[in-house]
Design a protein around this ligand. Structure first.
Ligand code: HEM
Length: 100
């Protein structure tokens, strides 16, 4: 298979690597004071959040669509409406993901 026809999911190393990235993302969110703002929006334990982000990104990257199988259409904007997400929260999330 050529590089162009592989999915992002395959290119990054599949389930194992994606799970590692999501775990690193939430480990950093829990450890780094810079991300305390977005950490405080999440539940006391991030186990469920880790699973949901992993399930979503798996499908988004062209791998198994675990999130849609469980919950239907992602509706990510609607699912985030309960949380106060402004510029600071957006920047924290993106920086945390860039580090991960
Ligand atoms: C812009 C900054 C963002 C903030 C502050 C934020 C924050 C949150 C919070 C507090 C939750 C609830 C956690 C939970 O239910 O356990 C959540 C859920 C979720 N977020 Fe984000 N998020 C952001 C961006 C994103 C982005 C860019 C994606 C996708 C790449 C994403 C994907 C998800 C998913 C899949 C869920 C689970 C939704 C559900 O099933 O209820 N988030 N987010």
């Amino acid at each position: 298979m050529t590089e162009e026809s592989r999915t992002l999911y395959e290119v990054i190393g599949g389930e194992t690597k994606l799970r590692e990235m999501v775990d690193r993302f939430y480990d950093l969110m829990e450890l780094e004071p810079d991300f305390a703002g977005i950490r405080s929006l999440h539940p006391p334990t991030t186990d469920g959040s880790r699973d949901k982000l992993f399930w979503f990104l798996s499908g988004w990257m062209g791998g198994p669509d675990h999130f849609v199988e469980r919950f239907g259409h992602p509706r990510l904007r609607a699912r985030h409406l309960p949380f106060a997400v402004g510029t600071s929260e957006r920047d924290q999330w993106l920086r945390c993901m860039a580090w991960a």
